[in-house]
Design a protein around this ligand. Structure first.
Ligand SMILES: *[C@@H]1O[C@H](CO)[C@@H](O)[C@H](O)[C@H]1NC(C)=O
Ligand SMILES: *[C@@H]1O[C@H](CO)[C@@H](O)[C@H](O)[C@H]1NC(C)=O
Length: 500
């Protein structure tokens, strides 16, 4: 495989010695997944462990150009391995479909099944160059990495980028077991969440998960302990380890150069707004709303008379670099009428910086897990409008369990247009000082608690340290046989300050 060239971003590994451990990230090509493995890569490189990130060239490029809130210094340490991108269909999303699942991404996902052989070749190559090869992969890439069973010094860990609440309830449901934990109300149905052919793709992946050595969760025991415990109990081997290391997003944002980058322009507008006065509206990278729904949303925001920043982008295609996005129409004269109170952003927005901004007081969100963790960690209450997959259950976690959000539209009403009056009402309740107070206070407290969890000695940080200690175990032993000197896990705090 001549194309498996290692093009490290900036500098070659100074050391010519064989490393003890190399970590290889195998992400699933959907933005929310690419992003989380980038975040994890930065965390792991901060322990001075080499990290390799492997995928189709266009998806590696996507992961790099959309880096959100990470330090460029940390990103530069990741070794990217671009695999040749095969041709696959990359149709535009259909905004008129009443089911919001991003079926346009399926051809790109199916194409990953062809990666088994090149990835196996790559892993064998790496296994000859390191004492231990640690693969951290998306559960949706289990088929691709299955050949590690034949590599003596390789071990794999699944990185779960969804909530433990969703994962545990979904797994039990598949086995026909009722959810054993008492919930404030009935679990939202999985109906309409994931199309059948995607379920088959998922099932294919699940068959290949048995050889994993453990699970990493992008969540925190302080909010999801009961569900993490349920997941731990699923392990019939009794040998698998679990680490809840989240939130893995940087809680101290890198002050990446705001002045030389157009993407931070909207923050200048935020700087002029009053504290907690703005509702941020964004539905992530997989949702395309119909013209009709966009009109209702626009009118609802306008009628609420609250300040808003609305990211209005069409959903990603399988190849995000292929052609123009649909530029959705806004109601006649809308932007002119609202120019004193709101702005509409059509580009990639710096969501972590927006949610961390003191002027942000609420988030209208589809409740993808990235958005949920970013909002919760920044103490921002959520107006939840779930669209597909894990989002209805994430909504339940955020609104009914953690009580830091309101529902815009119930999952049972997913086929219906959400009217402007409904949106106006929810925005007013979320942003009104009187009604918002209790929920806002809870959100802020929870945010502070979660940020603390990732700091030195915090519960999630302890689990991350424990994961790193586990994958670098026996270093002293290895060092004696290999003449390498460093014998313990080094925690380089200087490179870590911008991440954790
Ligand atoms: C969606 O519906 C609108 C009319 O409501 C129509 O103008 C548009 O072409 C449709 N788009 C697609 C992709 O079918
Ligand atoms: C930020 O950008 C400005 C203008 O491009 C440049 O002069 C400055 O050195 C940059 N600062 C950092 C910290 O990179």
């Amino acid at each position: 495989m001549g194309s498996l060239r290692d093009h490290q971003n900036q500098h070659d590994n100074k050391s010519t010695e064989q490393p003890h451990v190399v970590v290889i990230m195998v992400p699933f090509p959907a933005q929310g997944h690419l992003n989380q493995l980038m975040q994890l890569s930065c965390l792991i490189t901060s322990y001075d462990i080499p990290v390799h990130y492997i995928g189709f060239a266009i998806h590696n490029r996507q992961a790099k150009v959309r880096v959100n809130g990470l330090s460029p210094h940390d990103v530069a340490k990741i070794h990217f391995h671009d695999l040749p991108t095969p041709s696959f269909a990359s149709p535009p999303p259909n905004p008129n479909s009443s089911n919001k699942y991003p079926t346009q991404l399926q051809p790109a996902w199916e194409a990953t099944l062809g990666l088994r052989q090149p990835v196996a070749t790559y892993l064998r190559d790496m296994s000859a160059r390191a004492k231990r090869v640690v693969i951290i992969h998306d559960p949706m890439m289990a088929v691709v990495v299955q050949d590690i069973v034949s590599i003596r010094n390789a071990e794999s860990y699944v990185f779960n980028c969804i909530s433990a609440f969703f994962r545990s309830s979904f797994n039990l449901e598949k086995k026909g077991i009722p959810f054993p934990i008492k919930l404030p109300k009935e679990l939202p149905s999985m109906e309409g969440c994931i199309p059948d052919d995607v379920q088959s793709f998922v099932a294919l992946q699940m068959e290949q998960l048995n050889y994993r050595a453990g699970d990493i969760y992008n969540t925190c025991r302080l909010i999801e302990a009961p569900y993490l415990d349920l997941l731990a109990r699923e392990d019939e081997t009794g040998n698998r380890k679990n680490w809840a290391i989240g939130p893995i997003l940087p809680t101290k944002l890198s002050l990446a150069n705001k002045s030389d980058d157009g993407k931070f322009k909207c923050l200048e507008w935020f700087d002029k707004q009053e504290a907690k006065s703005v509702i941020y509206v964004s539905f992530g990278t997989t949702i395309s709303l119909s013209d009709e729904q966009i009109e209702e949303l626009a009118l609802g925001l306008e009628q609420s008379k609250k300040r808003f920043l609305w990211v209005l982008r069409d959903a990603d295609k399988g190849n995000v670099f292929d052609g123009e996005l649909r530029r959705a129409k806004l109601p006649e004269g809308f932007e002119e009428r609202v120019k004193e109170v709101g702005i509409v952003v059509r580009d990639w927005a710096p969501q972590p910086e927006i949610l961390a901004h003191p002027s942000t007081g609420g988030f209208m969100s589809h409740c993808g897990w990235n958005s949920c963790t970013e909002s919760i960690t920044n103490g921002v209450p959520i107006a939840a409008w779930p669209m597909h997959s894990d989002q209805p259950r994430n909504t339940m976690l955020v609104t009914d369990i953690l009580k830091i959000g309101l529902v815009v539209r119930e999952w049972t009403q997913r086929e219906e247009l959400v009217k402007a009056s409904t949106i106006e009402n929810v925005v007013n309740r979320l942003m009104a000082p009187e009604e918002g107070t209790e929920m806002r206070k809870r959100a802020e407290e929870l945010g502070a608690t979660l940020r603390q969890a990732t700091e030195e000695g915090g519960v999630s940080r302890v689990e991350l340290d424990s994961f790193v200690a586990h994958i670098t175990r026996d270093n002293a032993l290895l060092a004696r046989t290999s003449s390498l000197s460093s014998s313990s896990v080094r925690c380089d705090t200087s490179s870590q300050t911008s991440v954790v």
